[in-house]
Ligand binder design. Structure first.
Ligand SMILES: [Zn+2]
Length: 300
């Protein structure tokens, strides 16, 4: 069975897709999603049964590999779900629902539900560790995007724009957040929650970083006007590169991202960034591992 790349078997038939997803979700054999039992689980193979149905001898309930996942209760075949996940995970700037609709021959509405569910799979429910640490660099940067439709007459500067803050540990993870403003309090809250105070913080000259910067082991401020001359460790190029890719995705791929969805898109870019060292197939596997235990309450 060929399991890597664009021409992998799991994209060619529902049966192969199911086998593949079972191997990702249950690497050590099936686990009953109802009672957690791992022993004496039988495959129901009568002609009258749906394919892929398993039965737990302990609680006597039936299940398939999509029970209790984001792919549950969908009329879209599993091979298309896996293929869509692969396409989104391997496209640096993301993939629009429109393109997925054309490529997979599903309705636009279905493609929209798929992309939103796959994005949910890419989400880390909760960050359990902090970025940075002793001897490590954490870059923080903020960017402005689009228009939140709340532009008042006489609004100045970035008031009416959507705002995103990213923290990137150099050589490590990126975490981006759609924030309501970029005041000292908001930035401090994000930094406090996500970054280790032992880190060396790198920011631009935005005043909101001044006070929280003092709480870190070190704080270097990069002056935008001087940036091109800066050599060595004092830079925020990693964060700026993250934003440049995000913006190319938001402009080139997604066109109009409303404020209510922006966080989901930035999370998608976090995911690809944080799995950048893996190949497309392994990155897809990582997303598939994220479908379990999550639900989105709308149907396709
Ligand atoms: Zn059970």
């Amino acid at each position: 069975m060929k399991t890597t790349g664009l021409l992998a078997d799991q994209f060619k038939s529902e049966e192969a897709a199911r086998q593949y997803l079972e191997s990702i979700r249950w690497p050590n054999g099936p686990v009953c999603p109802h009672c957690g039992n791992t022993e004496k689980i039988y495959r129901l193979e009568g002609k009258a049964t749906r394919k892929g149905v398993l039965k737990c001898a302990k609680c006597r309930k039936q299940f398939t590999v999509t029970v209790d996942t984001l792919f549950a209760d969908s009329h879209i075949s599993l091979d298309k779900w896996l293929y869509a996940t692969y396409l989104i995970c391997s496209s640096k700037k993301g993939m629009s629902s429109h393109q997925l609709h054309r490529m997979l021959d599903v309705t636009y509405k279905s493609a929209w539900f798929m992309t939103h569910r796959i994005r949910e799979a890419m989400k880390t429910p909760e960050y359990l560790t902090k970025l940075g640490g002793e001897g490590k660099f954490v870059e923080a940067d903020e960017t402005y995007w689009g228009n939140n439709d709340k532009q008042r007459k006489g609004a100045r500067g970035a008031d009416h724009k959507m705002k995103v803050v990213v923290l990137v540990e150099r050589g490590g993870e990126a975490r981006s957040f759609h924030v309501k403003d970029v005041t000292a309090k908001t930035l401090r809250d994000v930094l406090n929650e996500q970054a280790s105070k032992e880190s060396h913080l790198m920011t631009d000259e935005h005043k909101s970083y001044n006070k929280v910067g003092k709480e870190f082991a070190d704080h270097s401020i990069v002056k935008h006007s001087m940036k091109q001359y800066v050599k060595g460790i004092a830079h925020i190029n990693t964060a700026e590169n993250f934003f440049s890719l995000l913006k190319r995705g938001l402009v080139g791929t997604f066109h109009h991202v409303g404020e209510q969805h922006l966080q989901k898109y930035t999370t998608e870019f976090d995911f690809r960034y944080n799995h950048r060292k893996e190949n497309d197939s392994l990155r897809t596997d990582a997303a598939l591992k994220g479908i379990e235990g999550k639900r989105l309450y709308y149907r396709d």
